[in-house]
Design a protein around this ligand. Structure first.
Ligand SMILES: NC(=O)c1ccc[n+]([C@@H]2O[C@H](COP(=O)([O-])OP(=O)(O)OC[C@H]3O[C@@H](n4cnc5c(N)ncnc54)[C@H](O)[C@@H]3O)[C@@H](O)[C@H]2O)c1
Length: 271
């Protein structure tokens, strides 16, 4: 709205997602679940997309019952172009539109942390395929639809480890670690997101990122202790602390924001 008078603006309304159709991949994961719940609470029709084993259909059904609004669950492998195309068709059949896309899936080869010198090609390829190619396909197929419609918001999820390198001391005395393929693939997600932010800016499709960090998931005690030592806020985060950033980026509250990487990392990269 062309005005200099803020009193005519309903600022709370800017955060609403009423009737927006938001597709969320990795919907059944730790952060994905918080994304879905938050988007639903702000009024969205959420499309929960995840691998069949995660049962996104059941998750969507529970979300739909809780919020009294139509949601959709869809099983897919994000590395399959055919399956991502099928997702788009199903969402359009069900709701007739798509307003937002969140790429929240990930693969870390299930915390199998081979030393870098021994990383197998197979594990490298799996991580890069899921994290980077999966994001590419979702952006290409769903983002292109939004660009054609002349509106939409995409939120991709890179990692602190595409911004800085992992501090190897964080993992001392634990069975955890961060594979190089994860950092590399997330660096690709970051670069792809910036590219698309510029590529689709004139089509009114905004492309932003959220970078979570150290989201608590019943971690080993030693890991929590190490983490507190290196974190300015001296603690891990919670999935519900990541999701509010998503509401901002998906909604009209961020109508002039594109190409941004919102760090929800407790100041991890600030020092
Ligand atoms: N948890 C953290 O501390 C943290 C930190 C930084 C970044 N991130 C990023 O945030 C996002 C969410 O992380 P999370 O902790 O919720 O992860 P998670 O492992 O709990 O969830 C990931 C989800 O992706 C799904 N998935 C895996 N492979 C898939 C495929 N081929 N097709 C479709 N879905 C697939 C899984 O089934 C799972 O539900 C990821 O991109 C992750 O890299 C997480």
């Amino acid at each position: 709205m062309k005005t200099t008078d803020p009193s005519v603006i309903d600022f709370r309304k800017k955060f609403e997602l009423h009737d927006k159709v938001i597709v969320i991949s990795g919907s059944c994961g730790l952060i994905g679940r918080a994304f879905c719940e938050a988007a639903a609470q702000f009024g969205a029709h959420v499309v929960c997309a995840d691998i069949p084993a995660a049962n996104p259909e059941a998750f969507a059904e529970a979300l739909s019952e809780k919020h009294g609004r139509k949601m959709l669950g869809f099983s897919l492998n994000v590395t399959s172009k055919q399956e991502v195309e099928a997702l788009k068709i199903k969402v359009l059949e069900t709701f007739g539109r798509m307003d937002g896309l969140v790429c929240g899936h990930q693969n870390k080869t299930h915390l199998k942390f081979e030393p870098f010198e021994l990383v197998s090609e197979e594990n490298w390829d799996t991580v890069v395929e899921v994290n980077l190619k999966g994001t590419f396909l979702l952006c290409q197929i769903i983002g292109s639809y939004m660009a054609e419609q002349g509106k939409g918001s995409i939120v991709n999820i890179p990692s602190t480890y595409s911004v800085v390198a992992p501090n190897q001391n964080l993992y001392k005395g634990t069975s955890l670690g961060c594979p190089a393929a994860y950092s590399a693939s997330k660096g690709g997600v970051d670069a792809l997101s910036r590219y698309l932010a510029s590529y689709w800016a004139s089509k009114n499709v905004r492309v932003n990122m959220i970078t979570p960090h150290g989201v608590w998931n019943n971690h080993e005690e030693q890991f929590e202790k190490n983490f507190a030592q290196f974190s300015p806020m001296e603690r891990l985060s919670y999935n519900h602390e990541v999701a509010p950033a998503l509401i901002y980026l998906l909604s009209d509250a961020s109508s002039y924001v594109t190409g941004d990487n919102m760090l929800v990392e407790g100041g991890w990269t600030v020092w």
